[in-house]
Write a new protein. Structure first.
Lengths: 415, 311
């Protein structure tokens, strides 16, 4: 061998070594089993999570947990790369809408047999929908958030309305918005009207009104659109009327957050973000629903999965079952909503709850899951574009829903 | 009988000098000395160009023939299916139209404002350096930051919205106008500097002679300044077109392509298709269309006027 070949060889060797070093699969050292966990929490949430991991290690000396923070936007991409290069971690915790996409890779382990039935029964059933697949449970919910109405109490007071008695129905909301417009010149309730880069801002807010009116977004098997219904027309008609009456601005999202609109549908995380420095005095309230409808909200949050490539599926699932049991302390320390019904309804949690969080927690039993299909991102965008056509008056409510139905059905049929 | 001429370069009849040159070249090639030296000198540049220009172009081209979703380990070959889909895609057609309008607006306004301001700043003013610095500031400021400020300015509750009573970011045409104005403003400083450089290269004798012949200010501008600045105008136009056809950051922060797709330029459509809808293969196809467009426009510009000025 000629000496000139030394460098490529050395480089290859170096790459091989570093590649081995960066693999996520666990290596049992002696009697301990190491579990690698990828998550995207940062700041306080990450610290609380690592503290809990230490607690688990103390109680289970046989287990060593390797907690790795991956920045939010990179996690899904990194998991996909890792799946291709067979360097998946044992556990990953990410946004619940990713679960169907990860499940489609066929590399998620069934957690059902490894976690007690009492745990599964205590988790909100809607949250389990994201990971449920043919009798298997491929993910376990570990945190939640919901939507509720947030109110700029200054603007409410200026309009002569009592922020402590917010509108309860769509009809009351329209009336309140008219008063606010009249007295302050500002819109009373901001709708999310621009699809932006994903459409989800429009779609997930709209689904709340659709469910409230008694509608469904897709059919139960996620193969066809179900929103082109009486309820769909009612919900979209409600939006179009709000825009026409000037109750909502027609522009980029953010008017309420800038103090330029009196109320909006916001996520529970906003309470934490605004806790120390609120831009204006605010209150939270349940989302108004039609007088002949039912309360509903949408949910977000994180769910944990175990990869079937892990040699320690059982140990990993046991850790996640334990983590789920920490719902009380975890929710209190982070501001996430509990995933366990016994916690969310318990005096321990409710007693220490920030009153601003109450409407969000109370909405949990009415929180609905978005369709668990890997095609959801495409569906969401196509749907949002048609809603936009309707709120701009470019299409009638009926035409927009019919066009959306045709497009969504085409996406679902193409697979 | 017309004589049939065989082009010399095709190897028919060669002149004596050409033959001698060929022989010299062949000898040099056999010795190989110059070739190695040339290769060595070119290697760094070729490596960089190959890695960061040629490879991405080839890789994107390959990707545009697949239905890859950005996640699957395997990339399924789909032939020209993506190109067929693009030809009939109303979103792509809208995006193309928006991009062309945006490009036209930015170049026309960019040339006019850049030239106008440069002529003004070319005068012996007090605090000239300060003005030049101020006009250059937007160029070096973060796109996301300036777009966020403009989003506030053009919002319904912002100064522009309040002043004009218009819903700038809620109407597709006004939103495109806002985006165009923002882009022109952002690039203004650069265009001014470019034009100033070119202005200072124009010999003052020309103006003096024209003035002696009785040419007024407007005539001097039209007959001397503008024609002599043509090469720079060509450059400013090309630069404006490329910036708009590849534009993404300002759109992302100002309008996210909305409303009603009114500002969905190609760069943003590519991003949305790839990263939100998870259609990397199709996004690569759209990116290729944008690439072809920039390439074609540059070539056209080159043919129409630039070449004679630059060579």
């Amino acid at each position: 061998m000629r000496p000139t070949h030394f460098f490529p060889l050395a480089l290859t060797a170096l790459l091989a070594i570093t590649a081995c070093g960066s693999t996520g699969t666990s290596t049992p050292t002696g009697n301990t089993t190491e579990l690698t966990v990828w998550h995207y929490w940062d700041g306080n949430n990450a610290q609380v999570f690592e503290r809990l991991a230490k607690d688990y290690e103390r109680a289970h000396p046989r287990i060593a947990l390797k907690i790795v923070t991956v920045p939010g936007a990179d996690l899904l991409t990194k998991l996909q790369t890792a799946a291709a290069s067979r360097t998946l971690p044992d556990v990953a915790i990410g946004d619940l809408v990713w679960v169907p996409r990860l499940a489609a890779t066929g590399r998620l382990a069934d957690l059902k047999p490894h976690i007690p039935a009492s745990t599964w029964n205590d988790i909100y059933p809607e949250m389990l929908k994201f990971g449920s697949s043919g009798g298997k449970q491929l993910s376990i919910p570990v945190s939640a958030n919901t939507l509720a109405t947030m109110i700029n109490t200054d603007l409410y007071a200026k309009a002569g309305l009592d922020p402590a008695k917010p509108p309860k129905t769509w009809e009351e909301l329209s009336a309140a918005a008219a008063t606010i417009k009249d007295k302050t010149g500002k819109p009373g309730f901001e709708l999310y009207t621009q699809p932006g880069d994903s459409g989800e801002g429009v779609t997930w807010n709209f689904q709340v009104n659709l469910w409230q009116a008694g509608g469904e977004f897709l059919t139960p098997d996620n193969t066809k659109a179900a929103f082109n219904s009486e309820a769909g027309r009612k919900a979209l008609g409600f939006w179009v009327d709000l825009i026409r009456e000037g109750a909502s601005p027609l522009g980029p999202w953010g008017a309420f957050e800038k103090g330029a609109a009196a109320s909006a549908q916001e996520g529970s995380w906003m309470v934490g973000i605004w806790k120390d420095k609120p831009p204006f005095p605010f209150a939270a309230a349940p989302i108004p629903y039609p007088a002949d409808g039912e309360p509903a909200t949408n949910m977000g949050g994180e769910q944990a999965v175990v990869f079937s490539t892990s040699p320690h599926v059982k140990d990993a699932a046991a850790f996640l079952g334990w983590f789920s049991d920490q719902s009380l302390g975890w929710s209190k320390a982070t501001g996430f909503l509990p995933t366990r019904r016994s916690v969310a309804g318990g005096a321990d949690y409710l007693g220490s709850l920030d009153p601003l969080m109450k409407p969000f927690v109370e909405a949990l039993p009415t929180a609905r899951a978005r369709p668990a299909t890997p095609l959801y991102p495409k569906v969401s965008m196509a749907f949002a574009k048609e809603v936009e056509q309707a709120v701009h008056g470019k299409k009638t409510v009926d035409a927009a829903l019919a066009d959306a139905e045709r497009e969504v059905n085409a996406i679902l049929a193409a697979g | 009988m017309p004589q049939v001429r065989v082009p010399a370069s095709r190897g028919g009849r060669l002149s004596l000098a050409q033959r001698a040159q060929r022989v010299r070249r062949a000898r040099r090639a056999r010795r190989g000395g110059d070739g190695w030296a040339a290769a060595l000198c070119l290697a760094p540049a070729l490596t960089v160009i190959g890695l960061f220009v040629v490879y991405p172009i080839v890789a994107t081209g390959r990707l545009s023939l697949t239905t890859w979703d950005g996640a699957s380990p395997e990339q399924v070959f789909a032939g020209l299916a993506n190109y067929v889909r693009m030809a009939g895609d109303p979103e792509f057609r809208n995006s193309l139209l928006v991009t062309v309008l945006y490009g036209l607006g930015v170049t026309v306004l960019g040339v006019a404002s850049g030239l106008g301001l440069a002529v003004l700043l070319n005068a012996p003013l007090r605090g000239l350096a300060l003005y030049r610095g101020i006009f250059f500031l937007p160029v070096v400021t973060s796109s996301i930051a300036v777009a966020t400020v403009w989003k506030y300015l053009f919002g319904q509750d912002g100064p522009m919205g309040g002043l004009t009573g218009l819903n700038w970011l809620g109407d597709p045409y006004l939103a495109l106008l806002s985006l165009t104005l923002l882009t022109v403003w952002k690039q203004l400083g650069l265009n001014v500097v470019l034009y100033l450089t070119a202005l200072q290269a124009i010999p003052p004798q020309l103006y003096e002679a024209a003035a002696l012949d009785g040419a007024g200010g407007w005539q001097r501008l039209r007959r001397i300044t503008v024609p002599l600045l043509a090469p720079m105008t060509f450059f400013v136009i090309i630069e404006g077109l490329i910036a708009t056809f590849q534009g993404f950051d300002l759109v992302y922060a100002l309008t996210q392509g909305g409303p009603l797709g009114g500002t969905e330029v190609l760069g943003f459509l590519v991003y949305r298709t790839a990263f939100s809808s998870g259609e990397f293969g199709y996004a690569a196809t759209i990116a290729y269309a944008g690439f072809a467009l920039v390439f074609g426009l540059s070539w056209l510009q080159w043919r129409l006027g630039g070449r004679s000025q630059w060579s």
